[in-house]
Design a protein around this ligand. Structure first.
Ligand code: GAR
Length: 224
């Protein structure tokens, strides 16, 4: 049996995607363990969600660092200390530089509330409404050096209705995010993702190279 994938989840706010991941793990639908939740904001409700499930939390306030690189170094050190193998950005509202991305090659994923490459950046739902699209959605992708740009793992589409507001459309997209993110993490945990240029191939079977990277669970943790 493969050991649970050690995750580090980065948040800035409500943490409803974090909650969806916690729930999927607790329902045993996702073989992963959240080693740490890191927030750059002390008032992020996601910190409370993590604590309610006995998940370790760390606050790293970007404002306390004189440069982006120093802030990212603190993030990297915390993630490494917690032996994180996959970095999960879940509403983390800081742009990460190539310095951070290089520390976890093809081991950082992000969820974005739009059908990328449409509407990257902030206020994706507002951008979609202003553009007048009929279909919106969510994207989970590997993170590369450009914002909201890396190879796409999974997408989900939702309709846009004439009377939609940012809030109603955002809620419809968020419901899909809560399904999509645990699904994408599961594919990674099962070693089924292979990046080929801009594309991500989803294999039916685990790829040996990834699956063997993780150490089997110790006897002491095999309770059932
Ligand atoms: C989600 O809609 C997520 O896609 C978005 O922030 C929200 C976080 O909600 N992320 C971005 O816009 C990143 N560009 P949550 O804190 O309730 O998970």
């Amino acid at each position: 049996m493969i050991a649970p994938l050690p995750l580090g989840v980065l948040i800035s706010g409500s943490g409803s995607n974090l909650q969806a991941i916690i729930d999927a793990i607790e329902r045993r639908e996702l073989a992963a363990r959240i080693q740490v939740v890191i927030s750059n904001r002390a008032d992020a409700y996601g910190l409370t969600r993590a604590q309610q499930h006995s998940v370790p939390t760390v606050m790293i306030n970007h404002k306390e660092f004189s440069s982006r690189e120093d802030f990212e170094l603190a993030l990297i050190q915390s993630l490494q200390t917690h032996q994180v193998e996959l970095v999960v950005l879940a509403g983390f509202m800081r742009v990460l530089t190539p310095f951070f991305v290089r520390a976890f090659p093809q081991r950082i994923i992000n969820i974005h509330p739009a059908l990328l490459p449409a509407f990257p950046g902030t206020h994706a739902q507002r951008q979609a409404l202003q553009y007048g699209v009929r279909v919106a959605g969510a994207t989970v992708h590997f993170v590369d050096a450009e914002t909201d740009h890396g190879p796409i793992i999974a997408q989900a589409a939702v309709p846009v209705y004439p009377d939609d507001t940012e809030e109603t459309l955002g809620a419809r997209i968020l419901a899909q995010e809560h399904r999509l993110y645990p699904h994408a993490i599961r594919l990674f945990a099962e070693g089924r993702l292979e990046v080929r240029g801009r594309s991500v191939v989803v294999h039916q079977e685990p790829r040996v190279a990834l699956a063997t990277l993780r150490v089997p669970e110790s006897n002491s943790s095999k309770k059932d």
